[in-house]
Design a protein around this ligand. Structure first.
Ligand SMILES: [Zn+2]
Length: 349
């Protein structure tokens, strides 16, 4: 079973990477990245609100509203009505999570009870019939925030689609939403246990620290998402043609920001003018206070060639002016600092 799931996951990812014209590693890093990031950033806030004593409904509501899964207009409106029920909403939440059952049967009962009460507390359609899917989403958001190893945020169509793509068995036709939510958590756990998953989404990387949130983020963007948007500003990125590649570089660069800050801080100790390593230009010298501390960071080793797990060091970063930075990337291949310096000397000789 696990081998089968592993093969299907790899096949899906490999097809996606072909359509993105990116490597399988780059595709894994980029697929659903924003959805995953929102979960990593916002779900701990929901957990903090749920576990704070005394429980503050407004704190919980604020934390829930920050989660993208609740951003759909109707979900947001119905959630607001639920919150307006005040003490009744608090009681429903407490009944859902209080000494939460470790067994599946108990968990399913709790979830279905919550869906029934939330339907009476504003999570309902305009004609007042309960919005069971909306209540299930809220229940699953609460549970995945508290128990990220066991539950995922849940929309049936999204998890069904992902399970079908991976050839994973669905619950019986007449399953309750509680059963579906428990099933989705198991499906995501099984995916996270495959070799392909652990290789490509290592939980040692901060953005992948919670595997079930990663898989939920992927389920949210669907099985054939468009390649990520491009960010055309930085010359380190411009030299790579494919959107997915640019996106991946962008992620790497975000991780390198601390490194760049360190490189600048170190250089400032020996060179307060922060001169370009190629041409010697200093923004402070030219523009006074306005130019203080201004310089660009260039990765000497092309970021696209970094292997997974390899770490850049301060020595991999050159501090250069924007003109030289552009020139480093301008030719058929990226020049070294020394090569570009030599070209300046040739031109002025
Ligand atoms: Zn320069």
């Amino acid at each position: 079973m696990s081998n089968y799931l592993n093969d299907r996951l790899r096949k899906w990812l490999s097809e996606l990477s072909t359509s993105w014209n990116a490597s399988i590693e780059q595709t894994a890093l980029a697929v659903g990245d924003e959805e995953i990031a929102n979960r990593m950033k916002k779900y701990p806030g929901v957990r903090a609100a749920l576990t704070s004593s005394p429980f503050e409904l407004q704190q919980f509501a604020g934390a829930v509203r920050a989660c993208w899964v609740m951003a759909h207009q109707f979900d947001a409106i119905r959630f607001n009505r639920f919150v307006e029920s005040g003490a009744a909403a608090t009681a429903a939440i407490q009944q859902l999570i209080g000494s939460f059952p470790g067994d599946d049967e108990g968990a399913i009962r709790r979830i279905n009870d919550f869906i029934a009460s939330a339907g009476k507390l504003g999570i309902a359609t305009p004609d007042d019939s309960p919005d069971r899917a909306g209540a299930a989403l809220l229940a699953s958001l609460i549970l995945t925030s508290l128990y990220p190893k066991r539950f995922v945020d849940f929309r049936r169509d999204r998890w069904k689609r992902l399970a079908s793509a991976f050839g994973y068995g669905l619950p019986p036709e007449r399953a309750t939403l509680g059963e579906w939510i428990v099933w989705a958590g198991k499906f995501a756990s099984d995916v996270s246990g495959t070799d392909t998953y652990t290789q490509l989404w290592p939980s040692s990387m901060p953005q992948f620290a919670e595997p079930l949130w990663v898989i939920a983020g992927i389920s949210w963007v669907g099985t054939s998402p468009a390649s990520p948007k491009t960010d055309p500003i930085d010359p380190d990125l411009i030299s790579f043609p494919e959107g997915a590649e640019k996106r991946w570089l962008h992620l790497i660069r975000e991780r390198n920001q601390t490194l760049v800050a360190k490189a600048k801080a170190m250089r400032l100790q020996t060179d307060p003018d922060l001169r370009c390593e190629v041409c010697g230009f200093s923004f402070r010298e030219k523009y006074g206070d306005l130019g203080r501390n201004f310089i660009e960071a260039h990765h000497k080793q092309p970021v696209a060639q970094l292997k997974r797990g390899s770490k850049s060091t301060i020595n991999d970063i050159a501090l250069v002016c924007p003109n030289c930075h552009r020139m480093l990337h301008h030719g058929d291949r990226t020049l070294s600092i020394e090569e570009l310096r030599a070209k300046i000397q040739t031109a002025t000789a």
